[in-house]
Ligand binder design. Structure first.
Ligand SMILES: Nc1ncnc2c1ncn2[C@@H]1O[C@H](COP(=O)(O)OP(=O)(O)OP(=O)(O)O)[C@@H](O)[C@H]1O
Length: 220
């Protein structure tokens, strides 16, 4: 079976030639829930950003369904493989303008669905009222919730979730996991790579673990 996302020999070097990612090869199969674990600074965020082609990679390549992602194909790829940052970036404007943003790009082949956005926010403890709120006034946890809603609206094939509930209280964390699971269970081909320092969350949300240390995979 062809992996949804295939990562082949990715290397990334930082300042002063320091190796941040060292020859990473891994596949994400349809339906998989992969945990990416390792100590702080081991390269988890760096790897997820490299897979999403948000940062330059020195060697190696990323394929989606067998097709290598060229530079020209990156915008479209980022809609199919969505990265949820630990500290989501919000543009200046309302929450709704942030939710609409991915649909304003030329690569977008779908339209923003306001009713769906309201439904999804409603599943997150009556957050439907925050559409008109200035995004800069959101708490870190609210930004993580909005970022999940934005990702679901984009309808990707794969989500790369980088400690996505790190700023959430227990009740919001439950709702986040439940909304995320609803998305994943909605289509057996959907997959994710999830980083977390919470072993219980890894047990709940993933079925296979990839371990990183010093920018290398140490155990698969
Ligand atoms: N753009 C960059 N330039 C130089 N060094 C970087 C860059 N981005 C990350 N690093 C370094 O790479 C290492 C890995 O960082 P990364 O954020 O990927 O770790 P992590 O495993 O996600 O950690 P945490 O669990 O704390 O989130 C760190 O030492 C970090 O300082």
């Amino acid at each position: 079976m062809t992996p949804v996302v295939s990562v082949q020999g990715i290397t990334r070097t930082g300042a002063a030639g320091r190796v941040l990612l060292d020859d990473i090869t891994m596949d994400v199969m349809a339906g998989e829930g992969i945990a990416l674990v390792g100590p702080s600074g081991s390269g988890k965020s760096t790897l997820l950003r490299a897979i999403a082609r948000l940062d330059p990679i020195r060697n190696g390549y990323v394929k989606i369904n067998g097709d290598t992602i060229t530079s020209a194909a990156i915008p479209n790829f980022r809609r199919r493989v969505v990265y949820l940052a630990q500290r989501p970036a919000m543009i200046v404007g309302t929450v709704e303008q942030n939710l609409q943003l991915p649909f304003s790009f030329a690569s977008s082949q779908s339209n923003y669905d306001r009713a769906r956005a309201i439904d999804l926010l409603g599943e997150l403890d009556r957050l439907e009222g925050i559409l008109d709120q200035d995004a800069s006034t959101l708490s870190g946890g609210e930004q993580q919730l909005v970022s999940l809603v934005r990702a679901i609206l984009v309808d990707p094939e794969v989500m790369l979730l980088d400690e996505p509930t790190a700023s959430l209280d227990a009740a919001s964390l439950d709702r986040f996991e439940s909304l995320a699971s609803g998305w994943k269970n909605g289509d057996p081909r959907r997959a994710w790579v999830w980083t977390s320092h919470d072993a219980d969350q890894i047990d709940r949300m993933t079925t296979r673990t990839i371990r990183l240390a010093g920018g290398r995979i140490t155990h698969e």
